[in-house]
Ligand binder design. Structure first.
Ligand SMILES: NC(=O)C1=CN([C@@H]2O[C@H](COP(=O)(O)OP(=O)(O)OC[C@H]3O[C@@H](n4cnc5c(N)ncnc54)[C@H](OP(=O)(O)O)[C@@H]3O)[C@@H](O)[C@H]2O)C=CC1
Ligand SMILES: CCCCCCCCCCCCCCCC(=O)[C@@H](N)CO
Length: 332
């Protein structure tokens, strides 16, 4: 594979979920490592976005809702913020309209919205369950659906309009396990939607204009991660042990490295690569590279030899977790 598939310079980058964590890291990277790229960070509230933009840019107010942001100003500035609840179709439509009117049709979309409340399923509140669905799946649906609805309008910005959409799933989508009931099923659903959309963008209307990538990160230290550690069951920590939490900076750099090499399915650590290898099926046809074929071969062998052994170990770990938990209950 060659480099140069994910240039940072001369882009208009829409970062949803950009007020903290990995999204904020991407905004920082684009702002400091390019000269002309424009960046729009989105999250639910202006209150959280404003200081982020000020911190990155050390500049003045840059809300795209600010009516003083006229076309001239949009030309001068490079970093903007825009609040929108990505789980709301109307808010997402509003967001795209503002972007189109400001002549900021995104050429890269990074959807970093998401997050988990790790607990046993029975211990989750209905609110937590709904939040999981909205953040991790509905945000993807509203974003991609509205993008396709608006594609014609977005395309009018330049004669050769192109957009690379990057969605963020998780390593748990290859292996949903105990503790992630509020989260993993939605990350799996996202993967299924992507498989379908990849077939739909073969339509000549989108061919070579829309590219769809999916990142399956392992653990990385973000504000969201610090929060989930507080409720994460011990068994969940044990199973995910091989995915050591890296920094947002390292995670961001790895993702850009692999996207730039032309990979559309990206992981951020070794255990993620093995899990992706084990996850096979009819929707894997990214046969552009040597590494793809190597991964397929390792996947076949691992499914035959390693997976059955691992599943026995995993079952044993879960059983002893419940044995300990019940022992504690009795002595209480
Ligand atoms: N950290 C990790 O270990 C891993 C994370 N991931 C995934 O990577 C992505 C980024 O993770 P991370 O940086 O940890 O996330 P964080 O939880 O730190 O940040 C999530 C961002 O999403 C925004 N957000 C949440 N809900 C909405 C909404 N309805 N509309 C708009 N914005 C919203 C938040 O902003 P605000 O509150 O201002 O709205 C915030 O900026 C997520 O999809 C996550 O699931 C995957 C694997 C591992
Ligand atoms: C061949 C068999 C090998 C089996 C190895 C199994 C190891 C599983 C590790 C999974 C790590 C998942 C991290 C996801 C983090 C995440 O999404 C949350 N932090 C949410 O924010």
């Amino acid at each position: 594979m060659f480099s140069g598939n994910f240039p940072l310079e001369d882009q208009i980058v829409l970062i949803t979920g950009g007020s903290q964590g990995l999204g904020k890291q991407f905004a920082y990277k684009y702002f400091h490592e390019t000269k002309r790229t424009k960046i729009i960070v989105v999250s639910r509230s202006d209150n959280k976005l404003k200081p982020v933009v000020e911190e990155i840019e050390a500049g003045e107010d840059a809300s795209l809702r600010d009516t003083t942001i006229t076309e001239g100003v949009v030309e001068k500035r490079r970093l903007f913020y825009l609040s929108a609840d990505l789980s709301d179709f109307n808010a997402v439509e509003d967001m795209f309209n503002i972007l189109i009117n400001a002549n900021l049709s995104p050429t890269v979309i990074l959807n970093c919205v998401g997050g988990s409340t790790p607990k046993l399923f029975k211990d989750l509140t209905p609110n937590e369950i709904e939040l999981g669905i909205n953040q991790n799946y509905k945000s993807v649906v509203t974003l991609t659906h509205t993008f396709f609805q608006k594609f014609e309008q977005l395309s009018q910005s330049t004669s050769d309009y192109k957009c690379h959409i990057v969605l963020f799933s998780s390593e748990v989508s290859f292996f949903p396990f105990i503790g992630y009931a509020q989260y993993a099923p939605l990350k799996v659903a996202m993967k299924a939607l992507i498989s379908i959309l990849r077939q739909e963008i073969d339509d000549p209307e989108y061919k070579n204009k829309v590219e769809l990538s999916c990142v399956y990160p392992g653990n990385f230290k973000s504000e969201g991660y610090e929060l989930e550690e507080l409720t994460k069951p011990a068994i969940t920590k044990i199973i995910e042990g091989p995915s050591f939490a890296i920094s947002c900076d390292e995670c961001c750099n790895k993702i850009i490295y692999w996207l730039d090499k032309g990979y559309n399915d990206v992981v951020t650590d070794t255990v993620g690569w093995i899990l992706m290898a084990v996850d096979m099926g009819l929707n894997k046809n990214n046969n552009k590279s040597f590494l793809y074929w190597l991964q397929l071969l390792i996947g076949v062998l691992a499914n035959l030899i390693v997976v059955p052994i691992y599943m026995v170990i995993c079952k044993w770990q879960i059983n002893s977790y419940f044995k300990d938990a019940n022992k504690d209950k009795k002595t209480d």
